[in-house]
Design a protein around this ligand. Structure first.
Ligand code: AMP
Length: 500
């Protein structure tokens, strides 16, 4: 029964006996009760098992966000299998790598790509599901009835999520049942989610933020979600008067701020705005408070660790920080493998039940990043203050070393962002014949008048010479991925030849 499958048991507990309670409302589609959600998930599980999916098998899905896609996730876990979501934007060649690496027994794709993906599916059986919840998987599931979730233990895998692979091949992060339910339980309690909440769910569900933080926390609370296929300012603003919470990436907030309809009245029913997956500018935090009366709660995590730190719900939410280590999670900062004093910048490490089981079929990579005593080396540069608040200063790989000196991009970016006429900036290092790397600032102007000369002269009094950008480029916008992360690798490639 449900009890035998740890993750499903937890996700189901809050709604047991309340099958009529509403799980989701959807634009242009019927509302869905918790009973409907889990009945559909059971049919998905039965459909997968009818195709030979066995415990431990991977089920890959490159599908649009929909209720059926959430049921496919739950059904996969019910079947004792391992859910492997893939970004619909991945090309056939990228999909070929994931399928070859993870060797799923079933691969669910959009019907429009069936012919092309057949070629890369290998031994995986191909099923289809589209945004309107039609396709061969939907047909197969409709013909099934109930399903008893397969017994698993907490350390068994429930999902593999591939990292975005900013250097080299992306790696499959193996997440156990316990990794997922322990983190979602912690977040539910820390953020005080209950069955009274209505969460605006506009994040993609191929990523840890939308799939685990948003979906699992809602399920564990028995809360309602407004299920949107993606970011849609109109739909989010329309949902706000009857909603209580929004989880978003920083770009959600900057885009919503540009809409005049965002007012304290519109947000009067809301109790919580959460941001993560990329740094939230202090300025955005302040503007949001001025426009809505709410202080955004910023949290930090990654595919490998689920969520690790969060600003407090009741305590002080400090803009520019990602808050405190979550209950049950430890955080420390190291340099050359040794812990360093509070306030100093080094590599952030975290330990706790949230930390993954390692990289799929990459024992060497796992050994490089996951210490035998459980500390995971995040690759993020950070400092922790004496109250325990963590500030992320960037990825270790994005650190610029110019003439032998370390330049932390965030320090330079924060100064540039504060200048008049600047919307935002990204600081990168590019090859330089004398300095090894030179600091380059890519700046997005607001249009109210600034230029490279003005920025350079404003910085000259504020920054040591080695930190000052050797070149300032103006751009209309910064390249970002779907989670709102600035693609510094792409910028480094664009400016690679600048000094050579
Ligand atoms: P992903 O595995 O795609 O979730 O990416 C994780 C990375 O996103 C982290 O290692 C950080 O570099 C970054 N990240 C996530 N949340 C935040 C945040 N609140 N502030 C700054 N960076 C963040």
């Amino acid at each position: 029964m449900y009890d035998a499958n740890p993750l499903i048991c937890h996700l189901r507990a809050a709604s047991l006996g309340c099958e009529d309670a509403l799980f989701a409302t959807r634009p242009g589609a019927d509302p869905v009760s918790y009973g409907d959600l889990f009945a559909g998930a059971e049919r998905m599980a039965a459909a997968l098992v009818s195709r030979g999916v066995a415990p431990g098998d991977r089920v890959a899905a490159q599908v649009d966000k929909s209720l059926a896609a959430i049921q496919l996730y739950l059904g996969t876990v019910m079947a004792g299998a391992v859910f492997l979501p893939l970004n619909p934007a991945y090309t056939d060649a990228e999909v070929a790598y994931f399928i070859g690496d993870a060797t799923p027994s079933v691969f669910v794709c959009d019907p429009s790509r069936l012919d092309r993906l057949q070629v890369v599916a290998g031994a995986a059986q191909l099923l289809t599901l589209d945004a309107a919840e039609q396709g061969s998987l939907a047909e197969l599931a409709a013909a099934q009835s109930g399903f008893d979730p397969v017994a698993r233990v907490p350390s068994d895998l429930a999902a593999i999520l591939y990292t975005s692979g900013t250097t080299g091949r992306s790696k499959g992060a193996m997440l156990s049942h316990e990794n997922l339910y322990s983190n979602s339980l912690t977040l539910r309690d820390y953020w005080q989610f209950t069955a009274k909440d209505v969460l605006i769910h506009a994040l993609p569900i191929f990523h840890t933020h939308g799939l685990f933080v948003a979906t699992n926390v809602a399920l564990l609370s028995g809360a309602q979600v407004v299920l949107l296929p993606g970011f849609d300012a109109e739909a989010i603003l329309a949902a706000m008067p009857n909603a209580t919470a929004l989880m978003g990436v920083p770009t959600f907030y900057t885009r919503l701020l540009s809409d005049a309809r965002l007012t304290p009245d519109l947000a009067a029913n809301m109790r919580l705005f959460i941001s993560g997956s990329a740094p939230l500018l202090v300025e955005t935090h302040e503007q949001w408070q001025a426009r809505t009366g709410h202080r955004i709660l910023e949290r930090y995590g990654m595919t490998e660790t689920n969520m690790s730190t969060s600003n407090p719900y009741d305590g002080e939410r400090i803009a520019g920080t990602v808050g405190l280590a979550l209950p049950g999670v430890e955080a420390r900062v190291t340099l050359d493998n040794a812990e360093i004093p509070l306030g100093e910048i080094g590599v952030l490490e975290v330990r706790g039940p949230n930390v993954f089981q390692g990289y799929w079929q990459m024992p060497e990579k796992t050994a490089e990043e996951l210490r035998p005593d459980g500390w995971f080396i995040t690759g993020d540069l950070a400092k922790i203050d004496d109250r325990g608040y963590v500030t992320i200063v960037g990825r270790e790989k994005d650190l610029v070393i110019s003439g032998g000196f370390n330049v932390y991009p965030k320090e330079v970016e924060a100064l540039i962002d504060d200048l008049p006429g600047v919307l935002e900036s990204a600081v990168i290092g590019v090859p330089h014949p004398d300095f090894g790397e030179a600091v380059v600032a890519v700046v997005v102007p607001t249009g109210e008048g600034t230029d490279a000369v003005a920025i350079k002269s404003a910085l000259s009094g504020q920054l040591a010479k080695f930190k000052q950008p050797k070149h300032i480029a103006l751009m209309e916008e910064l390249p970002r991925n779907t989670m709102g992360k600035v693609q510094k690798k792409a910028l480094r490639e664009t400016f690679a030849q600048l000094f050579t």
